[in-house]
Design a protein around this ligand. Structure first.
Ligand SMILES: NC(=O)c1ccc[n+]([C@@H]2O[C@H](COP(=O)([O-])OP(=O)(O)OC[C@H]3O[C@@H](n4cnc5c(N)ncnc54)[C@H](O)[C@@H]3O)[C@@H](O)[C@H]2O)c1
Length: 405
């Protein structure tokens, strides 16, 4: 694989597959990496391709195959809808491209297996993300836990309440069997975070999940109890029904790190009522994608931005508790309460951990932390949550993998 030089650091030439909402959020972090050059994209929508070439130059292809055939591309970021992740990953791996694939990695264990196998066979790196486990405060908490200064992890409690269920969707995003609902879209963030902090090896899952609005017929809330192999445990709660907003318990900082208005409760549900019908709702969702007339300029560094987060989380170790704060980590131990700040990111909103991880693999050859096995283990937990909630049983796991650091 060729590595072109830009200054002294090797340049990673990146192609983007899928110019939708996820890419719009990720672009500032990709574009601001000093050694990454965005050289190509693929999307079915001509307006997205036109916008891409006017913003970045390079090539914009209609077909993913064309992008993967390009000798100008070293790696791809796959941000197409879930059901295409496997096929697009297999295409990219088959042409020797390193891969970042968005969460959820895929919708079945066998698709995850095929992606892992294709990456290994073609000797390319596969990073599964973005999830909020890449957040700098979460990585800092992992570092503190590994240092042993707070003793062993006992319990991890995390809550996220927001408006997920009432954001505009395409019809398939309201069907669990097609990857809709919180279990495939939001819970992977929670599972990735608690697995990272708890060591990765989930032993068993008990869960209840609910469809509380029949007009949005997919899971919108769950409460789950995970036991880890080492005897530690985690509880996870998520509600997407736009009543309580757990950002109230995180200093009124939003998921991406933006300072947030305190009177937003119910606004997403009411806005959706005005739209009128599935087709109109899908059109509103599309209007928010990259390359549309409604696209606002990307955010950049600003005093009002903080670190991204995914709700309230407290980790209890034998010698103290810790939790993410807006700009770092709060530690509560025998010395009292103190805050450790983490370095400000290159740009806000910050999703830079994903491209940093792939770039590190590209340069050093080291395997990624969030590799295919890691992503598959997180999906095993998500599948187990659905099974446990459906069958009212504890589900024991077999495809877990420890944190590789
Ligand atoms: N990590 C995060 O925080 C986060 C946030 C949003 C979405 N996502 C993930 O990103 C993925 C995409 O979600 P989204 O909300 O951006 O969807 P989206 O519908 O907004 O965007 C998908 C894009 O892919 C394009 N596309 C669809 N099929 C294609 C194909 N065969 N070839 C080329 N382009 C194709 C569409 O035209 C569209 O522009 C999902 O898997 C989702 O879970 C992750």
């Amino acid at each position: 694989m060729s590595v072109a030089a830009k200054g002294s650091a090797p340049t990673l030439r990146l192609g983007i597959i899928g110019l939708g909402g996820a890419t719009k959020q990720m672009l500032p972090s990709l574009a601001s990496h000093p050694s990454v050059r965005i050289v190509a994209a693929s999307d079915l929508r001509p307006e997205a391709r036109e916008r891409f070439t006017s913003e970045f130059g390079g090539q914009a292809y209609e077909k993913v195959e064309q992008l993967c055939d390009s000798a100008e591309v070293d790696a791809v970021y796959i941000a197409t809808p879930h059901q295409f992740h496997k096929d697009h990953a297999l295409l990219a791996a088959g042409r020797g491209k390193h891969i970042i694939v968005e969460k959820p990695m895929a919708l079945t264990m066998s698709d995850c297996d095929a992606m892992i196998e294709a990456a290994a066979r073609n000797k390319v790196h596969l990073v599964v993300g973005h999830t909020h486990s890449f957040n700098a405060p979460v990585m800092k908490m992992r570092e503190i836990i590994r240092s042993g200064e707070l003793g062993a992890v006992a319990m991890i409690n995390t809550w996220n309440y927001g408006n997920f269920i009432y954001r505009p969707r395409r019809p398939e995003e309201l069907r669990t069997d097609l990857g809709g609902g919180i279990i495939y879209n939001q819970v992977p963030h929670q599972v990735d975070i608690v697995r990272l902090l708890g060591g990765g090896m989930v032993r068993s899952v008990r869960s209840m999940a609910w469809v509380l609005d029949p007009e949005r017929p997919t899971e919108g809330s769950h409460v789950t109890f995970l036991q880890f192999e080492d005897g530690s445990a985690a509880s996870l709660a998520f509600s997407g029904y736009d009543y309580f907003d757990s950002d109230e318990f995180h200093f009124w900082v939003g998921e991406l790190g933006d300072e947030k208005a305190q009177d937003g409760h119910g606004k997403a549900r009411n806005a959706l009522k005005q739209i009128g019908g599935a087709q109109a709702e899908a059109a509103v969702k599309s209007a928010g994608a990259y390359g549309t007339a409604a696209q606002k300029p990307a955010s950049s560094s600003a005093d009002t931005w903080h670190q991204p987060h995914f709700g309230v989380m407290i980790v209890s170790c034998s010698l103290g508790d810790l939790r993410p704060s807006p700009d770092g980590v709060l530690i509560y131990d025998r010395q009292g309460r103190r805050e450790i700040s983490v370095p400000a990111p290159r740009i806000y909103p910050d999703k830079g951990g994903v491209i940093d991880e792939l770039y590190d693999c590209f340069v050093t050859g080291r395997p990624p932390l969030h590799d295919g096995r890691w992503g598959r283990a997180t999906m095993e937990v998500c599948e187990a949550i659905l099974a446990s909630a459906r069958d009212r049983k504890e589900v024991f796991l077999s495809r877990q993998t420890p944190v590789n650091d």
